[in-house]
Every structure is written in C-alpha cells, then in structure tokens.
Write a protein that binds this ligand. Structure first.
Ligand SMILES: C[S@@+](CC[C@H](N)C(=O)[O-])C[C@H]1O[C@@H](n2cnc3c(N)ncnc32)[C@H](O)[C@@H]1O
Length: 267
C-alpha cells in the first residue's frame, strides 16, 4: 500500500526509480523552475557564499546553484545514497558542488558555517520538522538566510467532474505525508526557531494533463490504495478512472496545489 509520497521517507527502497522519474519530470516543468528560481533569489547569494540544500534529492538545485554561482560553495544533504550517487554523477566537473549523506534532524556541519540554507518539498515527509528547522538555523551564520518551499496539501484538488470521489482521493493521499499542512505551518515553526524578518509568498501548481498529474500525484496507485483501504468501492474507482479519461479528452481535467515559499534571516 505504498505510494510516491510514502516512499520519499525512505527513498532507497523499491520505488527509487519511480521517485527519480517523478523528480526529473517535475524539475523539467516551467512551474517548478519558476518557484525554485524565486527560492534561489530569496537566498540572497553573493559571489563566494556557502550554501546548503537540505534534502537535496538528486541534486537539481545544488547543480543549478553551483553553475550559476561558480565562486560559491554549494552543499547538498540527503539520506538517500542512491539519490546522492546520481547527484554526484550529474555534478561531475562542478568542483563547487558537494554532496553529503545525512538526516536533516542531525546535520553533520558545525554551527554558523553557511550563509544560506534551503529546504524544498521535503519537510512534508520528515517527522518532527521543527528539529530539521532548528538544525538549519544552527548551521546558518548571523545575518544568513533560511528559505523553505513546501506544499500545503490542504489546498490540493483533482477535478474531473466527480467531486465526491475527488474529495475522498485527495483526503486519502494527504495522509501519506508526515506533515500535509507544513506549507501553512512553516512560518510559525521558523518563528519558534528564532528566524526573523519572515516573509511568505505562494505559487499555485496547475496541472491540466492527466499524464503529468499521474506522474506528480501518483493518481492511479493512490486510487487503487483507496479501494484497498475501503475509501472507494471498486465501482467508484472505475467511475473515477472513466471520468478522468473523459475530462482529459474534453480539456476539463484539472489538478491544483499551492506551494508556500517562506524566507527569513538569522538575527
Ligand atoms: C520530494 S523530494 C525533494 C528533493 C529536492 N529537494 C527537490 O526539490 O527536488 C524529498 C527528499 O527528502 C529526502 N528526505 C526524506 N527524509 C529525510 C530526512 N529525514 N532528512 C533529510 N532528507 C530527507 C528524500 O530522500 C528526498 O530526497
């Protein structure tokens, strides 16, 4: 009864190639590039900054930042050895990109050693997210920047005309995240960790293609899991599948999720 969201908690498991495909797909879309660009701008990177991307996955942000800021030192941390291996291969030739294994709640770095630290769509999967944020604050120097980009699954919907099944599927999928509402909660957690000058913006991910929604939101597997859990009957799941096909054909299909972008400084 696993799915992509549950699998990101232990990315070296059986679904790693699905997770890699999902990350590569998302990183290639204009929406993801747009909000990531905004998150990079919020780091206020200057020439020789030292930057940490916590839960860096397959290294997309580390590689982009290392390319754009050749004098900066960019570190990525992730517990998945498979992701780090792929990230290192993709970063070949970039001497200022480095990857380190570890857990966000026990960062293997000394106090005050980074100018800017970010985390992107990962607190949603991490239990005790405040521990990760405390660690991010600990390793950031005074005056340094903290940037958090996280979805809020309370804003998520999939529309194909079948509102009742859509609500059940979205409600069930939400439970696969350790922190489905981290998008709205991140601000108060940052405040509790001592971050100052906190700012917040939002960007809406709008998906109108059934294929893209399948990759990003794992809809087929989640629908099957709903049946196994008794949330949908087999007939309701089949009705949902047919409604999705019809909505994709007519152009009515829609999925939407808000990504919240938080930033602040260490006083
Ligand atoms: C959805 S991916 C996001 C990856 C990357 N930040 C991006 O934007 O493409 C979530 C990442 O969180 C990582 N992760 C899961 N638990 C973690 C933990 N306790 N500490 C640090 N990273 C963790 C996963 O291995 C995965 O790489």
């Amino acid at each position: 009864m696993t799915d992509i969201a549950l699998s990101f908690r232990h990315a070296d498991g059986a679904m790693r190639s699905d997770l890699t495909r999902c990350l590569d797909f998302m990183n290639g879309t204009p929406f993801f590039r747009r909000y990531k660009q905004e998150s990079w701008d919020a780091l206020l990177i200057s020439g020789n900054s030292s930057i940490l991307d916590v839960a860096c996955g397959i290294g997309f942000d580390v590689i982009e930042l290392a390319r754009r800021f050749p004098d900066a030192n960019v570190y990525g941390l992730d517990p998945s050895l498979g992701f780090l291996d792929l990230a290192r291969r993709r970063a070949q030739g970039l001497a200022n990109a480095r990857f380190v294994g570890g857990d966000s709640r026990r960062l293997p770095f000394s106090d005050n050693c980074f100018d800017a630290v970010r985390i992107d769509r990962s607190l949603q999967h991490i239990s005790a997210p405040i521990e990760a944020l405390r660690e991010m604050v600990r390793v950031t120097r005074k005056g340094g920047r903290i940037v958090v980009a996280e979805p809020d699954w309370g804003t998520f919907f999939v529309y194909n005309g079948d509102l009742a099944s859509g609500a059940k599927i979205a409600g069930f999928w939400e439970k696969s995240f350790a922190n489905p509402y981290i998008g709205r909660e991140a601000g108060i957690l940052l405040q509790q960790c001592g971050v100052a000058s906190i700012d917040c913006r939002a960007q809406a991910l709008v998906v109108r293609s059934g294929e893209a929604a399948e990759i990003i939101f794992d809809l087929g597997r989640v629908t099957e899991n709903c049946v196994a859990a008794g949330v949908l009957t087999r007939d309701e799941a089949e009705g949902w599948r047919l409604a999705t096909e019809a909505a994709c054909r007519s152009g009515a299909f829609l999925a939407c999720l808000t990504i919240m972008l938080w930033d602040g400084s260490i006083p």
